[in-house]
Each structure stands twice: as structure tokens, then as C-alpha cells.
Design a protein. Structure first.
Length: 375
């Protein structure tokens, strides 16, 4: 039997996307001077360019890598990359969770590329990295948002690779060290680690990726929102604040607010530290209780953002547990992803305070015993 906790988290939002807003966030503090103005105005493009430049600075991105704001969140950014770049070489697709499988399905069933090698593993495990052939183009997900597994580092990627490496890193950027020089395309969205609003994707291109874009014409017609080249040249305006379609200037101010907060607390090292401290809260809790475990049993590949857990309850009991946490306003959006094994998922990115997570664990313990005993 567990006593009902008396204190609740100040912010009980633990969704894996859109994620919790930064501590102290206040919508009324956002600048509103560009609302109702064109994003193509001098001021609008300047604000979008500022978002690009601040992002590159905080992430320590190489100076010759290009970063652009594109439509449709991380999904749009990654589809744009695949449709624009893949085709000249065989492709190795490396996945271990739901979204990576989506990329594999699109490559095989939509792009219908002739030579595709799929390397995969079950939820909770990382596939054998040695199976990847870097003479081919490689498609991978850095952090498995639905599996709680991450790639632990970039040493397995050779610097003298012949193919391009396309990486979906949406739940990793701003919370993990990203080996930029080992990756040719990286995508992410505002809605993950910094808690921005949805629908805006970020596309990173290495010089090698730019060279591919300017020297390869995809055989399939590309929708306008996927087009990165014009007359054989990269559309550089995309990477200087002139977007393909209309971005939300309110969401842009929201993202700039998050970037300002990231700088104030100490930049990337502070963001990574906060995320790892959050994971430690859950690791301490799991170690102290025998009815809960990590889906990713190996700590070396365990995600410090999308933390996935398995619980000694059946599917209906788990649904009741999640509902009880929400009814008590102690933790929202903690059910595992619909395609993943039945369990729980707590977002532990940098915008989550570890004190709130610790309180949520107390409520989790209480809710588990309530459901388990049928109280």
C-alpha cells in the first residue's frame, strides 16, 4: 500500500511531443510586433534568420553546414531530404523504433529504390552497427522516441565514407552530443527538446549533401515543399530565413524565447546536463522498485529524453494507471506510443525540471498500487 502524495508537480506535462515549455514560460512575454506582417518582409526574414543563426551557435554546428526552416516539422524535413537526395547509391536503412520503420517503408514502397538493405532490431534494443555499409547512403534515427533507445556515439561512422548519412535526430538535438561531421543530413523540430510549437522542421545539410543536391536530379517529380534546388543549384534563400511556405511568426517568437532561455542557462552543456539529471531521477526510482523496468535494459543505449518503461500491469490496468495520473493532474501524456510495447513513456528533455519528475514518480508509485490492488 502506498500513501497518496500531498504535493503535485508544478508542471505535470511529460509528453514526448509537443514537449513541456521551458520553466517560467509565459506566452504574454513573446514579441508580437510581427503578427499580421509578412514573413517575407525585411523584418520577418531577419527574425527567421536570427532563429537559424542562434540555433547553429548553441549547437556548435560546423560553419560550412547549412541550416534551414522547412515545412511540416521533422517529418517534412526528413521526407524532403529522402526524396531529394536518395537514389544514386544503394541505401542501408537502420531502425529500431516506429519512425525509423516509417522511413524504411517510404524508401521501399514510395521511392521504390532498387537496392535497399534494412537493418533492424526489436523495441528496446539497438541493431548491430557493424552491419551498416557506408559505401552506401545510410538512413538512421539517432534517438528512438518510441523505444527509449539511442545511438550512444558516432565513432562507428567513418570520416572517409563514400555515401551520405541521413539522420532523423528530432528527439536528440539539444539533449545529446551530435557528431555533426559524421552526418550529412540532420533533421529535427522545434517541438521536442526546447518545447517549441509544432509544424516547423529544421534541415541541416553538410557540404557533401549540398553537392549531391546540385549534381543529382531525382527521377520522381517533387512537390513544391520538397524542392531544394532550382536550375541545378541549391535554393540558398531557404537557409537564410526565406521559407518555402508560410511559417508562423508567433511560433518563431516562441522558438526564439526557448533559444534565449537555453543560452541563459549555459547553452548545450546545460541542456544535456538537465536531461541526464532527469533520466537519473527515473533510474533511481526503477532501481528501488521491482515492478517497473526500462524497455532499454542496456544503460549504454538508454535514451535520456524519451524514457520508455515496462510495468507489471496488463494493458487495461496500464490504461487505468495513465488515466488516474491524469485525473489527479499529476502527470499528463505518459502512455507509450501506440505502435510500441505496452508501457509508459516520460519525456526527460531539458525543459522538464527534475523536481517535477521526482514528484511524478511518487504519484506513479501510488497509482500503481491503486490499480494493482483494485482500490
Amino acid at each position: 500500500m502506498s500513501l497518496k502524495p500531498q504535493r503535485k508537480p508544478n508542471c505535470p506535462n511529460f509528453s514526448s511531443g509537443p514537449c513541456a515549455k521551458r520553466p517560467g514560460y509565459n506566452l504574454s512575454s513573446l514579441k508580437k510586433d510581427l503578427l499580421g506582417r509578412s514573413h517575407r518582409s525585411k523584418e520577418g526574414k531577419a527574425r527567421l534568420k536570427k532563429a537559424i543563426e542562434k540555433t547553429k551557435k548553441i549547437l556548435g554546428m560546423p560553419a560550412d553546414y547549412m541550416l534551414g526552416i522547412v515545412p511540416a516539422s521533422d517529418t517534412g524535413a526528413f521526407e524532403m531530404a529522402m526524396w531529394s537526395l536518395l537514389g544514386p547509391k544503394p541505401v542501408d536503412v537502420f531502425y529500431f523504433e516506429s519512425f525509423g520503420k516509417t522511413w524504411a517503408d517510404d524508401i521501399e514502397k514510395q521511392l521504390k529504390l532498387p537496392e535497399v538493405n534494412v537493418i533492424t532490431a526489436d523495441y528496446g534494443f539497438l541493431p548491430d552497427l557493424k552491419q551498416i555499409n557506408f559505401d552506401h547512403d545510410v538512413v538512421l534515427t539517432w534517438n528512438g522516441t518510441t523505444s527509449g533507445v539511442k545511438i550512444p556515439g558516432g565513432d562507428f561512422i567513418p570520416t572517409d565514407r563514400k555515401g551520405l548519412v541521413l539522420c532523423d535526430a528530432t528527439s536528440a538535438v539539444f539533449a545529446m552530443e551530435i557528431p555533426w561531421e559524421k552526418l550529412d543530413v540532420v533533421t529535427f523540430s522545434w517541438q521536442k527538446v526546447l518545447g517549441g510549437e509544432a509544424a516547423h522542421g529544421m534541415l541541416v545539410l553538410s557540404p557533401r549533401a549540398v553537392e549531391r543536391i546540385e549534381n543529382y536530379t531525382p527521377p520522381l517529380p517533387l512537390p513544391k515543399i520538397f524542392r531544394l534546388a532550382k536550375k541545378g543549384k541549391l535554393i540558398k534563400d531557404i537557409f537564410e530565413g526565406s521559407t518555402i511556405n508560410t511559417p508562423s511568426m508567433l511560433c518563431t517568437e516562441d522558438y526564439l524565447d526557448a533559444l534565449d532561455w537555453a543560452e541563459k542557462i549555459g547553452g548545450l552543456p546545460a541542456l544535456i546536463r538537465r536531461s541526464k539529471e532527469n533520466l537519473q531521477v527515473i533510474e533511481n526510482f526503477v532501481e528501488a522498485h521491482d515492478w517497473i523496468n526500462f524497455l532499454a535494459a542496456d544503460p549504454a543505449v538508454r535514451s535520456n529524453t524519451s524514457v520508455c518503461l515496462i510495468v507489471d500491469l496488463d494493458a487495461e490496468q496500464l490504461k487505468d494507471l495513465v488515466g488516474l495520473l491524469e485525473a489527479e493532474e499529476a502527470a499528463f501524456d505518459t502512455a507509450s506510443y501506440r505502435d510500441a510495447p505496452s508501457g509508459l513513456r516520460f519525456w526527460c528533455g531539458a525543459t522538464v525540471d527534475k523536481e517535477n519528475l521526482a514528484l511524478a514518480m511518487q504519484w506513479l508509485e501510488w497509482a500503481y498500487h491503486e490499480v494493482k490492488t483494485g482500490a
